[in-house]
Design a protein around this ligand. Structure first.
Ligand SMILES: Cc1cc2nc3c(=O)[nH]c(=O)nc-3n(C[C@H](O)[C@H](O)[C@H](O)COP(=O)(O)OP(=O)(O)OC[C@H]3O[C@@H](n4cnc5c(N)ncnc54)[C@H](O)[C@@H]3O)c2cc1C
Length: 290
């Protein structure tokens, strides 16, 4: 690894000012769980490292029945997994986190770092996209909001300026009769997923008809990928096993998964069918419960 100068700001303002000063030669580190890997591989060699882990003001989970859920960028995976508030109102987050990496990585890795790394194999982005989450991005004197769905641009590339920092993720309150589930295929517990799927289903009130569906899949493209044709198949229909099977088939056919040591594209397509159906079945059960 190349030598670098190290800073450890304790406030957002201090971090943004360092980012503004060092722009392209500087890089944020949070938990370092992904960043150190790419540094060791020589893919990046920043001259200035801005360690934001000490900004305690960005470590929070706030829930409000009107405003929805707000998660600070420096909240760890483990805090999300164990949060009683999330277990009560958004249990899908605990279910997703318990299968993300090892306890060690979850203890130190942050949700902001996970999203900014831009890995199409990542799990949280699927759930956030399904829930229509928005990201708050700050630079000195400026703030903008980007839909999580539009944040990932390509493999390990996100819509983040060199002087910008992700500070918060906002999840709106889902409509009544909405269910969401996340399922993923791992060879070993703690491994990154081969494919994963988050499915959200909203049923029409007092009806048996699907009003809205969002299907988001990992490792199906160079970014977390929404299977819109499969969603359209479900919307306006009475969902049953046959329809969920068809949604999985359409998602698989339209996907463009990679082939690597963990699985061929063909195998991944087969698994997309299975995991869309599995997450869809669970989401439907939950939606029907209100
Ligand atoms: C063994 C192992 C298994 C894993 N398994 C999974 C898995 O199953 N599923 C999964 O989703 N992930 C998995 N991961 C990835 C892990 O979740 C991420 O590495 C971790 O969440 C990244 O967070 P971090 O705080 O360590 O980020 P860092 O490594 O510190 O940063 C990652 C990137 O984000 C940028 N960054 C960090 N925070 C911010 C911010 N607030 N604003 C702007 N840019 C920022 C950094 O500059 C860097 O480019 C695994 C990682 C390991 C090591």
């Amino acid at each position: 690894m190349k030598d670098f100068e190290y800073f450890s700001p304790t406030t957002v303002e201090e971090a943004l000012s360092l980012l503004s000063k060092y722009k392209k030669e500087g890089k944020i580190i949070a938990g370092g769980q992904s960043m150190l890997v790419v540094m060791r591989q020589g893919l990046i060699a920043p001259e200035y490292i801005i360690d934001i882990k000490g900004i305690s003001a960005l470590d929070y989970i706030n829930y409000d029945q009107k405003d929805g859920l707000k998660i600070g960028a420096l909240t760890t995976h483990r805090a999300i997994e164990k949060s009683p508030v999330l277990q009560k109102h958004f249990r899908v987050f605990s279910e997703m986190e318990v299968n993300l990496a090892t306890i060690q990585t979850r203890n130190w890795g942050t949700i902001g770092g996970n999203l900014c790394h831009g890995d199409p194999a990542g799990d949280p982005a699927l759930v956030f996209i399904a829930l229509n989450a928005k990201l708050k991005l700050n630079r000195v004197g400026q703030e903008r909001v980007v839909a999580m769905e539009e944040f990932s641009k390509d493999l390990l590339e996100v819509d983040l300026g060199a002087d910008e920092m992700l500070t918060e993720i906002h999840v709106p309150i889902p409509k009544p009769y909405t269910g969401i589930a996340h399922e993923k295929l791992m060879v070993m517990q703690g491994d990154a997923g081969i494919v994963g799927a988050a499915v959200l289903i909203t049923m029409g009130e007092g009806e048996d008809i699907c009003e809205n569906a969002r299907i988001v899949i990992s490792n199906a493209a160079s970014v977390p990928w929404r299977a819109k044709e499969a969603e359209n198949l479900l919307i306006g229909k009475r969902i049953n096993d046959t329809l969920l099977d068809k949604a999985g088939e359409i998602a698989a056919a339209k996907s463009d998964p990679p082939s690597d040591v963990h699985g061929s594209a063909e195998y991944r397509r087969e698994m997309i069918k299975v995991f869309v159906r599995r997450a869809g079945t669970k989401a439907l059960e939950r939606a029907k419960q209100g």
